[in-house]
Ligand binder design. Sequence first.
Ligand code: ASP
Length: 564
Amino acid sequence: MSHLLSSQTETALMYDAVHLFAKALHDLDTSQQIDVRPLSCEAEDTWPHGYSLINYMKIVEMKGLTGVIKFDHQGFRSDFTLDIIELTRDGLQKAGTWNSSEGVNYTRSYGENQKQIVEILQNKTLIVTTILSAPYCMRKEASEKLTGNAQFEGYAIDLIHEISKILKFNYTFKLAPDGRYGSQNRETKEWDGMIRELLEQRADLAIADLTITYDREQVVDFTMPFMNLGISVLYRKPIKQPPNLFSFLSPLSLDVWIYMATAYLGVSVLLFILARFTPYEWHPTHTPDGEKMENIFSLANCLWFAIGSLMQQSCDFLPKAVSTRMVAGMWWFFTLIMISSYTANLAAFLTVERMDSPIESAEDLAKQTKIKYGALKGGSTAAFFRDSNFSTYQRMWSFMESARPSVFTSSNKEGEERVMRGKGSYAYLMESTTIEYVVERNCDLTQVGGMLDSKGYGIAMPPNSPYRTAISGAVLKLQEEGKLHILKTKWWKEKRGGGSCRDDTSKSSSTANELGLANVGGVFVVLMGGMGVACVIAVCEFVWKSRKVAVDERVSGALMFIKY
Ligand code: ASP
């Protein structure tokens, strides 16, 4: 938009100047006798009424063609109004007025102004600066044969194409020479990357995964965000742990196992004591020495009764007294609940492959020093940690700054490669949308934890750019029509190997229900162990009994046993 002083205004100013001079001269003439005599340009003498005439001109107040004519004490014109004229397709048109007290006053409405801007944009060729960053802007495969805009493809390329279709402008891509997003040098205060291209008027728009930040917003203008994201952690997928042989112990924690063993022993001992105490567990039996009172609940039998109930088996003797039956009933109730809970939890522990990851969130990263972590150099992610007031992030920033070799990367691709190479010793702080793109294609990588903040990507343009509202409107339109979502699906899930890791996860989950020997091997081990112990006990019993009989009969143990 160009605001000009029209030639009519210039003529009117000239007219008013002459009129003012004449009026001042007339006023001076009425107040004093003035004579006009010729003066030589070479001579030193001056016209004595010159200063008086200037003073008269300063105090004159009259209405001229250019409005009120009035001067301040320095002789500059004050209280005047200027018309703002605009060069349009139909010639010069008045767009508003300006006066020294109120400033600009556009007579056209906001809507008319925007209409005018959209008209100006039509068929205009805008220079769009960007950087190579997948999937926003990438070189096409075999791009050596291509030139100009045709060399590039990606989300940002499609987005600007859609916007240009709405606003009908042309565009030419120009890569930022340093390949950076844009950050300010703290000492020189100079900007680099795409922001510098805008500030030095070498580009009209900057489109990429360029984050809207406070610092950038101070020097350039941003449109409405076209994508929302937050910072997260890119890390290697945890190596799958082989299933634990004794995973059948996992459904209950160690504490619960200890409490159960204690309860088992406690209940057995209580049953033994109560059975001794109650008269109803004593029964008369005939022995060679006569009739004797016998109690079936010896300590060994009590232990056997309790373990039988715990294993959901029956026993060939049962309590008869109310007190011992009460103990048995409560123990059965206890085992019912414990065994049901154990069974319900068991399937999950036998089938789930444990993925042990040393870090689960950014806080975990901050707590340790073994795993190094970094971010993109000069990007908004690094700036987030640098400027944060939160102690965890401040600690992370000092760690990143002091790490040698440097943990900062010059591109997100380099960060991704470093995480791969690091084999778990390097994590990369990156924006969630880019992480989403990477983990769709690189099945060895994953996002760890949630987002640390929430922000958006916007299209940047030089400060006070008249196109901002029009382009923001186009972004909103595309969002409301669902085009932005379609573009995201296209570049994230479909193009360039998208979705290759999704097959991987579905395959593994379909085979996850089958239990292998590795899952249940521990049960076999326990069984074999039990059998072995039983054999050892049998030998001990044999030896014990043989020695006892041998002592009793005073003959060799082996011979006696055969006879016996
Ligand atoms: N999108 C970021 C930026 O605009 C890059 C990053 O720091 O991850 O600076």
